[in-house]
Structure formats: structure tokens, C-alpha cells
Design a protein around this ligand. Structure first.
Ligand SMILES: *Cc1c(COP(=O)(O)O)cnc(C)c1O
Length: 404
């Protein structure tokens, strides 16, 4: 049967302690034990179902973690207070001083900064490569390499990682393939394609209401237990713990993710096709012109489309800024970083979310000044949105009237 991650979310059944249709929110940092022996066993990790202390685990966090694991098709998961909390703890669990990571050169700015500037201080080195070229990935591996790290759809250039090819390389070299799937929840299921660890920033599409940050690491029971280990687990010892109230609210939002992703994808496809017809350099994985289109198509769970993210190059930062300001004035969206909101969000990644990447390197990877990254919203009438965007473009002079 075809894998439908949204079905796996729907099939879960959690009741509240009084039969509520939503699980009760755990409002405790610590838990009582009926016997001293059970407390000892729990510290040793041998008392399944017993809670110890909420930095280790809590019922609300476990519910959300299990729902996300079901979605990704992994054994289990551990939620974190932010996407970066998930990424850094997973990588610090997998890599120690002397170890090496092969990472896509186009990743989230925070991830890039962590690997480039922070991890070397702990003796962890990273080689950045063009992830769309599996041969380059293989060549970058050395005897100390432990991890291949990438985003299924990269931020902000929307490069598509061929997870099956990367997984082959990873398995052959006895490495872990770690994939950040933030841009393509439901659409792509990295674990089904061979990824060992799947990470999300829940802040984006999964929560979808831009009211919290959150993250998750999905993986095997063994790996998640390692992360939570009281003696040497990065999640336990670094403490990027999500609050129970937030876990409960994200779980409720997760249940409409499939409906939202379909609408984000439908709207983004419409806008991308129009922008491309208007003669703009448009990058969207759903377009035939996208170099990763076929790879995405081969990997995708069809129902959910090619996602809500697209980029358009206006040629200069001034033009990009003028357009974003005007679109915001007309209430077509917000000039804001982040993604996955009901409203369209736009930003110029070169001067915002990817500003951690030096200008020279930005140029090299094709991140130009005039690039606008759009997270297309849930607009009910995308045709109207597009025609209003087009008026803005005409007004700032990037679209000649006779082209209309
Ligand atoms: C936002 C984002 C992150 C970081 O997540 P936070 O929740 O902001 O910590 C990581 N990866 C990608 C692809 C992102 O878009």
C-alpha cells in the first residue's frame, strides 16, 4: 500500500485522563514514585512508562514525539525546544572531537553557522559540498567522517537531495544520514528513503501558526534513548527541552498539516508558474525547469505536492526590498523570516536568514542579492493574490506593462 504519512497521524488514538478527546497536558516537572527501587530503575533507563523529570521526558512531549515518528515512519522521536535544539543535540550525539561531517553547502543559516563556527571549537570539522552531486559527497568522505547532513529541500535555494543515492553512500561507508525535512513535511519521507535520522523545525509548517519555536529528532529507539541518556545524552545534558503546554498545542496543529500542505503546495505551484511565465527567474521544485524536479517527483508522497516554498530573483536588492515593502503594504503577506504561516511570508535570504554565510560563499552557491524567498500562504483566492502581486511588480518597474 502507498505510504500516506497523514494516515499514520490520524490512526493514533490518545485520550485524556478523563476521556477527553485530547490527551491531558502534563503540568509537572517531577514525578512521584511508589517505590524507591522504581526510581533507581528509571534512572538506569530500565523502567518503561515511568517518568522521572520533565527534562528527560514528559507525557505531553512523548505524545507529540510519537505522532511525529508515525508521520516520518521512524521507531520513535524526541521533541526539542527549537529546530536548532534538535539539530545541535543530534549532531553532538553522533560526533565527538576528531570526527568529521559532510554537509550540503546550502543549509539553514543557523546550521551552517553551527558547523562552520561553533563545532570546530569542539574538534568537529565539516566539509561543505554540492549535495546534488552524490559523487562529490562520496569524495568528501574521509576516515573520520561520521555523518552526511542535508536538507531534503534546501534553504534557501531549494536544492533537492537525492536521498536514495545519499543513503547508499552513507551505508557503504557506515555513516549516519541525517536529514532536515523542515521544508517538505508529508511530501517527502526521508526515513522511507534511507535516512537514519530525520529532523524538523516544528516552528514552520508543522506547527503552522508562527506562535512558537520547536523541533524534533526522529530515529531508532536506540538513538533516541542515547539522546536522552542521563549520563551522556545530548538532549538530556544540554537541555533543549520543549514545554508541555507547547507540545500539546503543536500536536493539535499537526492534525491539520495535510490539509494545509495541500493548500500551500497548490498556491505555490500557481504563483511559481505565473512568475515563470512573466519572465522571472523562478525556483520551485514543482516546475519542470527545476533541476531537482524529477528527483523530488521520484521521492514524493504525491498527495501533498511540491511544498509552499519558492524563490524569485528580481536582479537587485533594491528592487527586492521595494517589492516586499509594497506587497506588505497591500496586505499580500508579511516581510518576515520563517515559513509555513497561513499568510504569505517573504524575505531576502542574502541579508536575513542566510546572512551567516559570507558574501563570497553566497555568490558561489548562487544566492544572489535580488533573491526573494516566499513561503506561500493558505490564501483562498490565489488568482486574486497573484494579480495584486503583479500590480506591485508593475509599480516598482520590474514588470513592463506591455508584457501584461
Ligand atoms: C528554521 C529552520 C531551522 C531552525 O529551526 P528553529 O526552530 O528556528 O530553531 C532549521 N532548519 C531549517 C530548514 C529551518 O527552516
Amino acid at each position: 500500500m502507498k505510504y500516506k504519512p497523514a494516515d499514520s497521524i490520524q490512526d493514533l488514538q490518545y485520550f485524556g485522563e478523563f476521556g477527553g478527546v485530547n490527551p491531558s497536558i502534563s503540568d509537572s516537572s517531577t514525578y512521584t514514585f511508589l517505590s524507591a527501587k522504581t526510581m533507581f530503575d528509571t534512572f538506569e533507563g530500565n523502567a518503561e512508562g515511568c517518568y522521572l523529570y520533565s527534562r528527560h521526558s514528559s507525557p505531553s512531549n512523548l505524545y507529540l514525539g510519537e505522532a511525529l515518528a508515525a508521520m516520518e515512519g521512524t521507531e520513535t522521536a524526541n521533541v526539542a525546544a527549537s529546530g536548532m535544539g534538535a539539530i545541535t543535540s543530534a549532531l553532538l550525539q553522533l560526533c565527538k572531537s576528531g570526527d568529521h561531517i559532510v554537509c550540503s553547502r546550502t543549509v539553514y543559516g543557523g546550521t551552517y553557522a553551527f558547523l562552520k563556527n561553533f563545532a570546530p571549537g569542539f574538534g568537529i570539522e565539516t566539509t561543505f559540498v554540492d549535495i546534488t552531486k552524490p559523487k562529490m559527497v562520496a569524495e568528501a568522505i574521509n576516515k573520520n567522517t561520521k555523518v552526511i547532513y542535508c536538507e531534503s529541500v534546501s534553504n534557501p535555494l531549494l536544492e533537492i537531495a537525492d536521498m536514495e543515492a545519499l543513503s547508499k553512500i552513507s551505508k557503504k561507508n557506515n555513516l549516519k544520514l541525517v536529514v532536515d525535512n523542515t521544508f517538505s513535511p508529508l511530501s517527502i519521507s526521508p526515513a522511507k528513503l534511507g535516512a537514519d535520522v530525520v529532523i524538523h523545525s516544528l516552528t514552520k509548517f508543522i506547527n503552522g501558526s508562527s506562535d512558537t519555536v520547536g523541533g524534533v529528532v526522529c530515529g531508532t529507539k536506540d538513538f533516541i534513548n542515547e539522546l536522552r541518556n542521563v549520563n551522556d545524552g545530548a538532549a538530556m545534558l544540554l537541555g533543549p527541552t520543549m514545554d508541555s503546554l507547547r507540545a500539546a498545542s503543536i500536536l493539535k496543529n499537526l492534525r491539520t498539516l495535510h490539509i494545509r500542505m495541500k493548500q500551500h503546495s497548490r498556491n505555490a505551484m500557481y504563483i511559481a508558474e505565473k512568475f515563470q511565465q512573466d519572465g522571472f527567474k523562478t525556483v520551485y521544485p514543482g516546475l519542470l525547469s527545476h533541476p531537482g524536479h524529477e528527483t523530488f517527483k521520484r521521492m514524493m508522497n504525491e498527495d501533498y505536492g511540491f511544498g509552499g516554498m519558492l524563490t524569485v530573483d528580481l536582479g537587485s536588492l533594491d528592487k527586492a526590498n521595494a517589492l516586499m515593502e509594497l506587497m506588505q503594504e497591500r496586505n499580500l503577506g508579511y516581510l518576515a523570516v520563517s515559513l509555513g504561516f497561513y499568510k504569505t511570508l517573504f524575505s531576502a535570504p542574502g541579508t536575513s536568514t542566510s546572512s551567516e554565510i559570507p558574501e563570497e560563499e553566497q555568490k558561489e552557491m548562487g544566492l544572489s542579492d535580488g533573491l526573494i524567498r516566499f513561503s506561500i500562504g493558505l490564501d483562498n483566492d490565489i488568482e486574486r493574490t497573484y494579480s495584486m502581486m503583479k500590480s506591485c511588480m508593475k509599480e516598482i518597474g520590474v514588470l513592463k506593462s506591455e508584457m501584461v
